[in-house]
Each structure stands twice: as structure tokens, then as C-alpha cells.
Design a protein around this ligand. Structure first.
Ligand SMILES: [Ca+2]
Ligand SMILES: [Ca+2]
Ligand SMILES: [Ca+2]
Ligand SMILES: [Mg+2]
Length: 464
């Protein structure tokens, strides 16, 4: 390779006759170009029977933006229309069928319905939206029994491909989904699955797809319907790559690290990568699971880190939050310190003489406690009040632990699924975001003044 890293911003992979760029963990390759300049797309020479199985359930339009700036159903149809545009249609080229599913499944057109691209695209773009339930298995069965049959145009010598587009998990006949997909695959059909939005169940999509069931290989994810078009070329390349492509200059293959990589082969000695050279930051916090962080997830360029509120410290897994036992640092100037989940308090004599809970300082600067009263001896009142506070304190601990556990339960799955990311990502430490104890307790007057959004100083640093 030449001295500028092949033009690659981060990694450059050498191939026997070419090269392609790659990215460090925490970055993704930008793929701006979609086809080799001045060349036919690989798909133009492919031969296949492709059936789209399209989710038309109620959740599709339910997820439309409130300002009406775009329509998810229209974007899904446009995606299929643009996909079809890559192919040469016909009985000696690629044929397409279209099935929609919601409560039931419908055949919109069959493999032998259209050989004219404009007519097919018009039929796609005019497909009616249904709404209602998500019966994915119904769509798969419709394709299995009513699309891939010779009377509807199926050619025994042309590979069968099904592309399932869905925005969520099935909620009708859901237990049949995987068995029906497995049955269709057992007939020799390759299934690709495209999951749109974060309402999808990734393992369900993966289980429906054909072996080796890899992300960006056999199943694909799009953040929303607007992002759908970003995966069109990769999906097209994947479906075409299984074909005998003889006269194309575009050659694509799957890599574990970078997904599908495409090369442009101008001649035997001039083969150049089609994929981009620059790497974009992945926002690990921008998922449903808060990057696996129990409290705050902070995205950084090429990485991310978790932070915890005041009174907590980052756990060893770098995602959870653990209570700080402030009493280890003797903050109460000789009076009794009581650690609580997320804070602590000091039992002082001023409490006794004032007879008010308000003076029991929660996580407050010990210098605020009157030094004269602090040094006073233990009285019977102190003992009574200490007992009362102990009861109140115990109740608070139970409440806060309950809140914490509830939070941890919702974060647990996230921490598990994201552990791979966590181990490769660099962490820059635990900065603390204050939360108001008073708020958590329903504004009892025990709460000291914590600032909800105040970013306190970094309490520890982890090497990146
Ligand atoms: Ca066929
Ligand atoms: Ca990042
Ligand atoms: Ca504490
Ligand atoms: Mg749905």
C-alpha cells in the first residue's frame, strides 16, 4: 500500500489484489458511494426469485413523526421500489413478488405479475396500508405456499430469496414465526430480515434469517424508516452476491469487522474498494438501553462512559452504580454517622434541642452543624430521637433500595447485552450527576439541597 494508509482514515486491510478501509472499535465506516462508477451494479446480472414480505401492521404508522414530515409506510414502499431498480427484471433475470402482512397476509403481486419495471414500481408504491396485528408467520406462509410455486412464476433453476421487513415483534401466531421461517429455509429459500426501529427483537430477526445469521450479512437493522435506505445497497449486494455474477465490475463479500465490503474491478490490475475511507463515531448511548449504563450514559468520540449521581460510585463493571459509604470518611465530627443508600446523615445534638427532623443533616457539610451542641453530652432526648431517626432512616433506606433495585432490573439486561461493547470501549471515569434526595423521598424535609443537574467533579479516573 502507499504511504497514506491507502487513503483510509483509520485501518487499512490489504487484500491479495486490492484493499479496503476499516475502523477502530467505537467507529463505523461511512459508505457514501453505492455503486462502482461507470459500471453496472452487480445485481443487474443476477438471476433470482425474490419475494418481499412486508410488515403492514398498525405500529408502522403509529411510529410516524408527530409533525407529519414523513410517512413510514411510504418510506418502506420507496425502499422496495428503489431496491427493485437495481435489477434487470424478467424470466431470464430477477423476478419479484410482494406479500404484506398484518392480521392476515395478502399477495400484492406474484413473481410472474410484472416484467416491466415501471409497472412493478407503480404497483409497489400503491400498495395499500392495512394496520392491526403483526402476523409475521402468516406472511412467511403466504410466500411459502402461494409465491414460490411454478404457476405463480417460480423457476426451479433460479434461487429463491425472501426479504422480510418488519418494525417489531409478532403479536399474532407468534410461536409459529421461527418454525415457519425454518420450514421456508428448509425448502432452499434464503431469508434476509430487515428490522426497522428499536421496537424489534434482534434475536427473533436473527433466528428467522438464513445461516450464518450474521448482522449485515443475513439480517440488517435500521434505526428508523428514514435510515432504511442506508442499508439498501448492502442488502442488494448480499442478495446478488449469492448469484453467479459473470460480467460485473462490482464484487462484494462479507467481513466480520466491517460488514459487507464491495470492490470495483476495473481490470485485473485495477481493483479499488467501493466502501468509504472515513470513520464515524458510534453513539453507544443512543439505544433503548442507555448504553447499558444504570444512570447516565455519556457518548464520546470513539467510545462512551457511564456516570453515577452524587452519593454513588461507578461499579467495577463500569455500568452500574454503587452507594458510597460516606461514614468511612468520618464526616460527622465525632457524632454518629449513618450511611444510607445514596447519602448519609449525622445525628447531632442540635436535632435534640430543636426537636425537628429538619435539622438532621443529610449529606451536608459537617461544618454546618453547630460545634457547641455537637460537643454536648448524650441526653435521654438524644437517645429517643436517635431511635426515631433510625426508624425513619431504615424506612428511607428501604424506599431508596427499592427504587434502586427497580432501576437496576431495567438496566440489567442492558448491561448484559452491551458487555461486549463495554469491554472494548475506553472509559474515562465516573463523573457524578447530583440527584435530589428530597425529590426521591417526596420532598420530606430531611432532604438537603442537591442540584439535579449539577455535574460534580470526576471522582475517579479509568485509563482508556
Ligand atoms: Ca425459484
Ligand atoms: Ca461514541
Ligand atoms: Ca451512602
Ligand atoms: Mg407491528
Amino acid at each position: 500500500m502507499n504511504g497514506n494508509n491507502g487513503g483510509c482514515q483509520q485501518r487499512c486491510y490489504d487484500l491479495y489484489n486490492s484493499y479496503h478501509c476499516g475502523c477502530e472499535a467505537g467507529y463505523t465506516l461511512s459508505n457514501s458511494q453505492t455503486s462502482c462508477p461507470g459500471s453496472a451494479s452487480a445485481c443487474e446480472t443476477s438471476v433470482a426469485d425474490i419475494v418481499f414480505i412486508l410488515d403492514s401492521s398498525g405500529s408502522i404508522r403509529d411510529a410516524n413523526p408527530s409533525d407529519g414530515s414523513y410517512d413510514n409506510w411510504a418510506l418502506a414502499l420507496q425502499f422496495i421500489s428503489n431496491f427493485v431498480n437495481e435489477f434487470n427484471l424478467g424470466t431470464d433475470g430477477t423476478q419479484f413478488g410482494l406479500v404484506t402482512f398484518s392480521y392476515l397476509a395478502n399477495n400484492i403481486f406474484y413473481l410472474n405479475s410484472y416484467t416491466d419495471k415501471n409497472q412493478m414500481q407503480s404497483a409497489i408504491l400503491n400498495t395499500p396500508y392495512v394496520g392491526s396485528y403483526t402476523n409475521t408467520s402468516g406472511g412467511i406462509r403466504m410466500a411459502t405456499y402461494e409465491q414460490y410455486i411454478s404457476s405463480r412464476g417460480d423457476r426451479s433453476w433460479a434461487e429463491n430469496i425472501a426479504i422480510i421487513l418488519t418494525d417489531g415483534v409478532p403479536n399474532r401466531d407468534e410461536s409459529f414465526t421461527i418454525p415457519d421461517a425454518e420450514y421456508l429455509r428448509s425448502l432452499g429459500t434464503t431469508i434476509y430480515v430487515v428490522g426497522i426501529t428499536n421496537a424489534i427483537d434482534e434475536s427473533m430477526l436473527q433466528d428467522m434469517s438464513s445461516q450464518p445469521q450474521q448482522l449485515n450479512g443475513q439480517y440488517f437493522l435500521a434505526d428508523d424508516f428514514q435510515a432504511l435506505d442506508n442499508i439498501r445497497q448492502t442488502l442488494a449486494a448480499a442478495t446478488c452476491n449469492g448469484q453467479e455474477v459473470t460480467s460485473s465490475t462490482q464484487y462484494c463479500f462479507y467481513t466480520e469487522e466491517e460488514g459487507t465490503i464491495c470492490l470495483c474491478e476495473y481490470d485485473d490490475c485495477n481493483i479499488a474498494p467501493l466502501n468509504g475511507t472515513t470513520c464515524n463515531n458510534i453513539n453507544e448511548c443512543n439505544d433503548d438501553e442507555n448504553g447499558g449504563c444504570q444512570y447516565q450514559c455519556v457518548d464520546t468520540t470513539g467510545s462512551y462512559y457511564c456516570s453515577c449521581p452524587t452519593g454513588f460510585t461507578l461499579a467495577y463493571d463500569l455500568h452500574g452504580c454503587e452507594d458510597v459509604d460516606e461514614c468511612d470518611f468520618n464526616p460527622c465530627s465525632g457524632t454518629t454517622c449513618v450511611n444510607t443508600y445514596g447519602s448519609y446523615y449525622c445525628l447531632s445534638n442540635s436535632v435534640v434541642f430543636n426537636g425537628a427532623f429538619a435539622a438532621a443533616l443529610v449529606g451536608a457539610d459537617p461544618s454546618l452543624v453547630g460545634s457547641a451542641s455537637v460537643s454536648a453530652g448524650v441526653t435521654q432526648q438524644t437517645v429517643v430521637l436517635a431511635s426515631a431517626l433510625a426508624v425513619v432512616g431504615t424506612l428511607l433506606v428501604v424506599m431508596i433500595v427499592a427504587l434502586g433495585l427497580r432501576h437496576m432490573r431495567t438496566s440489567k439486561k442492558a448491561a448484559e447485552t452491551d458487555s461486549d461493547t463495554a469491554s472494548t470501549a475506553a472509559f474515562n471515569g465516573t463523573s457524578a450527576f447530583g440527584f435530589s434526595l428530597g425529590n426521591k423521598l417526596g420532598n420530606t424535609n430531611l432532604g438537603a439541597n442537591f442540584d439535579d443537574d449539577a455535574l460534580s467533579t470526576v471522582s475517579s479516573t479509568y485509563a482508556s
